[in-house]
Design a protein around this ligand. Structure first.
Ligand SMILES: [Ca+2]
Length: 323
């Protein structure tokens, strides 16, 4: 089997960790690097969360973590700690001796793409700051990247951080605008209606995962707890999996039920609709710049992740407190 070379650009907290597990554990995936971008929780906390995830997968130290941009292009950073807590459900371990790669995340993206032109897909599950910076820094970057799988925006539906906007595009709208105008081959996994309908795990599903009783299932249960509580407070009946769905669709395109070409434009001028993604479905005379996933097989996706979490792994380092 030819494995799919990918890089995951992430603001590692909660479902980002699950997306990393897809890259680390699916035999079809060849995760070449992790690049960190300012997003969900504090930057250093996100790095620790990535180390924790590598450890849970038994791969600590095997995939380089590159530190990327520590704030959005123009705006102040906006945290989502009220949603995610520390992003790892309070897990910790001995971090002694662990290092991140000395190369900056933006340069790592550029170099990986240049070393294998047309081969590498970047799974973008945080604000798009690093991707925009790479496109600005290297005029060949867009051509060298095979594709971007982007979690962000909503397809003519509700946002999450505001009524209009989904978090990733809201945090760095100028970066999102730059990326969507750059000419990449883009697949978009939108928050609504897609994730809210097809990537929510209800209590039954979560009990089924916990009952697997593997170290990975325990890790999953622990790190999804905080968002679960937040979701209940805003009327979402379960845990949400936007980032792991985005990674999964790269290795399991058969999960897609409907997709279509759209012209995606990002709002940067308004404060009211900051980061809104206008997704035009082909009737407004605009040239398409992205494929938007409209529907996936929700049960098959949940079964895919459940199977992944049933993998028996030997944790690289134990979590503190005996987990
Ligand atoms: Ca994320």
């Amino acid at each position: 089997m030819r494995r799919i070379p990918l890089i995951i650009d992430t603001d590692t907290a909660q479902d980002d960790c699950v997306a990393l597990l897809v890259g680390l554990l699916d035999p079809a995936a060849e995760l070449r690097a992790i690049t960190m971008v300012a997003g969900n929780v504090g930057f250093e906390r996100q790095v620790l969360n990535a180390h924790l995830t590598l450890s849970a997968a038994g791969r600590l130290g095997e995939v380089p973590i590159h530190l990327g941009c520590r704030r959005p292009l123009v705006r102040e950073w906006v945290s989502a700690e009220y949603v995610h807590g520390d992003g790892a459900g309070g897990l910790s371990m001995d971090y002694a001796g662990l290092a991140t790669h000395p190369q900056h995340g933006v340069d790592a993206l550029i170099e990986h793409a240049a070393a294998a032109p047309g081969e590498i897909t970047i799974v973008c599950i945080g604000p798009l700051t690093n991707i925009a910076m790479a496109a600005i820094k290297d005029p060949d970057f867009v051509r060298n990247v095979k594709a971007l799988y982007i979690m962000g925006g909503s397809n003519n539906a509700r946002g999450n951080i505001t009524a209009a906007a989904e978090y990733n595009f809201y945090v760095d709208p100028e970066a999102a605008k730059t990326v969507f105008e750059a000419g990449f081959a883009i697949t978009v996994v939108p928050w609504a209606p897609l994730v809210l309908r097809d990537a929510v795990f209800d209590a039954d599903r979560l009990r089924g995962i916990a009952a697997l009783d593997t170290p990975l299932a325990s890790f999953f249960t622990r790190i999804t707890q905080t968002t679960l509580g937040f979701n209940e407070s805003v009327g979402i009946a379960g845990s949400t999996h936007p980032d792991s769905l985005t990674a999964a669709l790269l290795v399991r395109p058969d999960l897609v039920r409907a997709r279509a070409d759209y012209a995606v434009q990002i709002e940067t001028a308004s404060e009211l609709t900051r980061g809104y993604a206008a997704m035009s479905w082909g009737v407004h005379g605009l040239e398409a710049n992205a494929t938007v996933i409209e529907s996936v097989d929700a049960d098959a996706f949940a079964e895919y992740l459940t199977a992944l979490l049933s993998t028996e792994t030997v944790q690289s380092r134990p979590f503190n407190g005996g987990h």
